[in-house]
Design a binder for this molecule. Structure first.
Ligand SMILES: CC(C)(COP(=O)(O)OP(=O)(O)OC[C@H]1O[C@@H](n2cnc3c(N)ncnc32)[C@H](O)[C@@H]1OP(=O)(O)O)[C@@H](O)C(=O)NCCC(=O)NCCS
Length: 145
C-alpha cells in the first residue's frame, strides 16, 4: 500500500470528492467547503491511496506551518475501508515528506473520534482546540519527527 501524490485532473477530482464525502457532506456542508486556499501551493503535499479502479480510498495533506513544523490536515479514509491501515500509510508517507523538507515536528488538530488513531501513531495531545460545525471537538496534537 503505497500512497501517491494526485497529479491528473481526474486524480484531484477523486481526491477532493473523498475529502468532501468523509469530512463535509455528513454535516451538510456545501460543495467547495472541502477546499482550502493553500491546497494549490507548491509546498502543500497531497497524498492519496486508490483502489485498483482508481477510486480514492484515503486522502490527506501536509503543509509547512512554521520554520521547522509541518501540519497535517484533511485526513479522510472511506468509511468502508477504515481500520485496514490506510490512515497509517498516509500519515507515515506525509511524515516522511516532512522529514525530507527538514521539518522536525508535526502538529494537527484531531477530531475527538480520531484522537486514538493519532495517539497510536505517536502523537500527544497538547491542548483542546476548536469545535467544528458546532459539534466536533478538536484537540491539538504534536509529534516529534
Ligand atoms: C481517523 C482515520 C483517518 C484513521 O484511518 P484508518 O485507516 O481507519 O486507521 P488505520 O487502520 O490506519 O489505523 C492505524 C492504527 O490506529 C488504530 N485506530 C484507528 N482508529 C482508531 C480508533 N478510533 N480508536 C482506537 N484505535 C484506532 C488502529 O487500530 C490501528 O492500530 P494497529 O496498527 O495497532 O492495528 C479514519 O478512521 C477516518 O477517516 N475517520 C473519519 C474522518 C476523520 O475523523 N478524519 C480525521 C480528521 S482529524
Amino acid at each position: 500500500m503505497q500512497p501517491t501524490a494526485p497529479s491528473s485532473p481526474a486524480e484531484f477530482a477523486a481526491y477532493y470528492d473523498l475529502r468532501y464525502r468523509v469530512l463535509r457532506a455528513p454535516w451538510g456542508q456545501p460543495l467547495g467547503s472541502e477546499r482550502a486556499d493553500d491546497d494549490d501551493l507548491p509546498t502543500t503535499v497531497h497524498a492519496m491511496l486508490t483502489a485498483p479502479d482508481g477510486t480514492a480510498i484515503g486522502v490527506a495533506r501536509l503543509h509547512p506551518s512554521a520554520p521547522v513544523q509541518a501540519q497535517v490536515r484533511y485526513m479522510a479514509v472511506d468509511p468502508a475501508k477504515q481500520g485496514q491501515g490506510i490512515g497509517r500509510h498516509l500519515l507515515e508517507y506525509l511524515e516522511a515528506a516532512a522529514r525530507q523538507q527538514g521539518l522536525t515536528e508535526c502538529i494537527l488538530h484531531a477530531r475527538e473520534a480520531a484522537v486514538p488513531f493519532y495517539a497510536k501513531l505517536g502523537y500527544e495531545i497538547v491542548a483542546p482546540s476548536h469545535t467544528l460545525f458546532g459539534s466536533i471537538p478538536h484537540f491539538l496534537m504534536r509529534k516529534l519527527l
